[in-house]
Design a protein around this ligand. Sequence first.
Ligand code: ATP
Length: 353
Amino acid sequence: MAAIHLDQIGHSYGTAVYALEKTDLHFDDGKTFALLGPSGCGKTTMLNIISGLLTPSDGRVLLGGTDVTRVKTAERNIAQVFQFPVVYQSKTVFENLAFPLHCRGWDKPRITRRVGEIAELLGLCSRLDQSARRLTADEKQLISLGRGLVRDDVAALLMDEPLTVIDPHMKFDLRRRIKQANDQTRHTVVYVTHDQNEAMTFADEILVMNAGRVVQRGTPQELFERPRDLYVANFIGSPGMNFVQAERGDGDLRLAGVPVVAGSRCEVIAPRDEVVLGIRPEHIVFAKGEERGIPASIVSVEDHGSLRVVDVTVGSNRLRMKVGRDVALPSEQVRIRAAAARIRLYVGGLMVS
Ligand code: ATP
């Protein structure tokens, strides 16, 4: 296993606009990273630079401290799993998993032992003698992964949207098995996805990308609780964060006249700054009994099975709240609240507190 360092990497496909703006990134040894962002933001470009499928216009790629910028993919000891599973249809599952080891000249007992270990890890033991042609797409994808994991010389494992072509009802199980395998093998994994649920489940750290730039990197919890700008706040979460223009009170910030954030957190704001309050739908609740709440009106309720997404208006603002099934919905006119510690403050689109 090896750490990956993208040293002042940038890439243009021959146009003035850089598909990947110049950046310096470290991927620690043994951790799982997700590159998350919308289509066209540069995820695959970055992955292909790491694997060697693409030579960057600027900068260097270091694997375990060695400069591999000009080294071919095959010589980088990188294992890759793509969107479409790559299996040898004419071979059995065992032969597929054993193939990389045959190529490295391993002897038969060693191959049998190693393939057995990996089959056990991926839950493929009962399939070893079957022809790969007969397998379902998710099983084929496990073999693609297994062919990477079986090797003992892998510097990093790169995965490019591996769940995209998998049936929705199989995704959950495959996701669990891939995660289990990653947790046990502790490879350095870089996982590309546009699906935040996948990124959140898999990754120790997520790099959120937009228009060729990493706009924030952090743990799933950090990205959820402290998104550094409005883009990340909106991109992470389902639905994304609510944004409301704050009213200035006497040493506090208010919503519909009700103080929602007070004290030292307001001191970081200059007198003329326009402040946007960022409040997650998960963090808004109905005020109870005598609690002082923000007056709101319910405008719609979307049933999501285990929970409901309730749209409310507060003055001219619209906010969404996530409400558990067991919560009785009050009448149309309601009062809501959110704990001050959960509310983020944004000035000029950037989080200040
Ligand atoms: P997707 O999820 O759709 O694959 P992505 O986030 O992986 O998107 P990239 O495929 O890295 O994004 O593309 C980044 C930008 O580079 C896009 O604007 C894309 O159109 C452009 N691009 C990608 N490959 C090429 C290429 N071979 N030639 C020219 N431009 C390219």
